[in-house]
Ligand binder design. Structure first.
Ligand SMILES: Nc1nc2c(ncn2[C@@H]2O[C@H](COP(=O)(O)OP(=O)(O)OP(=O)(O)O)[C@@H](O)[C@H]2O)c(=O)[nH]1
Ligand SMILES: [Mg+2]
Length: 297
């Protein structure tokens, strides 16, 4: 019998390169929220993939930011660093052909803070018309750093994901599994309820407003086969509250409807979702508020 391999694989990169999309496609389930805006992910999230001879424990992390000022953003960066001392492999995700100084910032941190194996994952290759551009991009990037693997992928289209997965498994240590084979994440149902609501708000609201929102779940109970979920949406100012609610409650209704659909798929149950919008001044820069909203684990 082949020996079993198990290990932690952290997905790290600057905001918006497609880390969460990659996690979802690797575990073949929507766990992590995705949006077109940078800084969507705020917490580390495990996605566990178990097969007959391996268990890969992926960690999706927030996009690493350069010198963040607000307490919220500092906490997001800390979440990334907190994975660095126990992981086996890092998937350093970049957007193909779009290297910028934030990528330099990430690679600098990785080089100085971890001895884990470094895989370079070049995402969004579906956007490249001329593949020779990709080859010259790879040439430039690998000159600077010693990567154990360099793998072009498209997280949305699924290109390269099998190659990525087999390269990961080959490089994991021999060890028994750490989680039961039917467990796919470490997060609670409440966590997903809050995140799916936030995702719909991020998609629907423009500009800066999504960065001033946080969700708490006040009630989560099952009665007669229906899940009743009551959530607070926290904003920083009164003006933001009326935007989130929308004219005659239109925005909040649409968000509730969309989030409920996703939650019914995830929990395989009917969901009754109620939301309230509340103001907590300057919560993004208050350690106390961040604790109350669950940002410190
Ligand atoms: N064309 C294309 N778009 C992609 C691909 N992967 C992700 N995207 C898009 O890129 C955007 C950002 O994706 P996310 O998965 O949220 O990126 P992220 O790195 O997790 O972002 P943060 O959580 O903000 O750090 C979304 O609009 C995705 O649909 C890909 O392979 N091809
Ligand atoms: Mg993300």
């Amino acid at each position: 019998m082949k020996e079993f391999r198990t290990g932690y694989v952290s997905i790290i990169g600057r905001p918006n390169v497609g880390k969460s999309t990659l996690l979802n496609h690797l575990v073949e389930q929507k766990l992590s929220i995705v949006s077109r805006k940078p800084q969507t992910t705020r917490w580390n999230l495990l996605g566990i993939k178990t097969s007959t001879d391996s268990q890969i424990i992926f960690i999706d992390t927030p996009g690493l930011q350069k010198e963040p000022k607000l307490a919220l953003n500092q906490q997001m960066n800390k979440a990334v660093s907190s994975t660095l001392n126990y992981i086996d492999i890092i998937l350093f995700v970049v957007e193909s052909l779009k290297w910028n100084e934030l990528d330099d910032n990430v690679i600098e941190l990785l080089k100085k803070s971890t001895s884990a194996q470094l895989f370079l994952v070049l995402n969004k290759v579906d956007k490249i018309a001329d593949k020779s551009d990709l080859l010259s991009f790879i040439d430039t990037v690998v000159k600077e750093t010693d990567f154990s693997e360099v793998i072009p992928v498209s997280a949305t289209k699924g290109t390269g994901l099998e190659e990525l997965e087999s390269a990961i498994i080959k490089n994991l240590p021999f060890a028994p599994p750490l989680f039961p084979d039917d467990q796919v994440t470490d997060r609670s149902e409440r966590f997903f309820a809050a995140e799916f609501i936030r995702e719909k708000l991020m998609t629907r609201l423009s500009d800066e407003l999504p960065y001033h929102l946080s969700i708490t779940i006040e009630e989560f109970k099952e009665e007669n086969n229906v899940l009743h979920i009551y959530a607070n949406i926290w904003v920083e100012r009164k003006g933001q509250k009326s935007i989130v609610i929308g004219k005659d409650g239109s925005v909040l209704k649409a968000v509730g409807r969309e989030a409920r659909k996703d939650l019914e798929v995830m929990f395989d149950k009917k969901v009754n979702l109620k939301t309230w919008v509340k103001v907590k001044k300057k919560w993004t820069d208050s350690t106390q508020a961040l604790k109350q909203f669950g940002y410190f684990e």
